[in-house]
Design a protein around this ligand. Structure first.
Ligand code: MN
Length: 195
């Protein structure tokens, strides 16, 4: 059973195409035109052990908001599609991920329900050429379209680059664990029988 999804989405604001293989080797190629987003998604894919090929173009003459948000939408759609009926997955995962001075916790439930908790206060408004507030919009869009419950909390950390790096590594690792297959439990992991 292959767990591969292809998504392409074109609007008047962005044009995004991606292929996601949940059972890959961490081979990642991300080109969005936003260097910091490329860096973050490369970390998530690599540490998640996914194969991810993503190209995105957007109205970055406005700002990076649409590009980042729509990339989150497409990543979420791809995960939802790749998971199919969600049978056999571990479903829940959590991780505490350090990056030098920063420590981030992430918890994930591939629940079929969309909810994001994102408590990652940072001292800088911009990182590279990206508004840091756009990063929460990525995760909002992802959780909504992947139909998952995702909590990301900054425990502590001073360096903004390290904080977001820890957040995206944690995102990758928690995804990897939650989508992994539970050999002792082949059915849909819900007492309702559906996710
Ligand atoms: Mn870095």
């Amino acid at each position: 059973m292959s767990r591969i999804a292809q998504v392409s989405r074109k609007t008047s604001e962005t044009d995004i195409a991606l292929t996601l293989n949940l059972d890959g080797k961490g081979e990642v190629s991300v080109v969005t035109g936003c260097g910091f987003l490329d860096h973050m998604l490369t970390l998530a894919g690599s540490h998640g052990g996914f194969d991810l090929a993503l190209s995105a173009q957007g109205d970055t003459d406005v700002d990076f908001h649409h590009l980042v948000e729509d990339t989150g939408i497409c990543m979420g759609q791809a995960l939802d599609q790749a998971l199919g009926d969600r049978a056999g997955i571990r479903r829940f995962a959590d991780v505490m991920l350090p990056m030098d001075d920063a420590l981030v916790s992430a918890a994930l439930d591939l629940s079929g329900r969309s909810h994001l908790v994102f408590n990652v206060p940072v001292g800088r408004d911009r990182i590279g050429n990206l508004d840091t507030e756009a990063i929460e919009e990525f995760f909002v869009a992802f959780a909504r379209h992947a139909r998952v419950t995702l909590h990301i909390n900054l425990v502590y950390g001073r360096n903004t680059h390290h904080v977001f790096e820890a957040a995206f590594k944690a995102f990758g690792r928690v995804l990897r664990d939650a989508v992994s297959l539970d050999p002792g439990r082949p059915g849909v992991p819900s007492t309702k029988g559906i996710l």
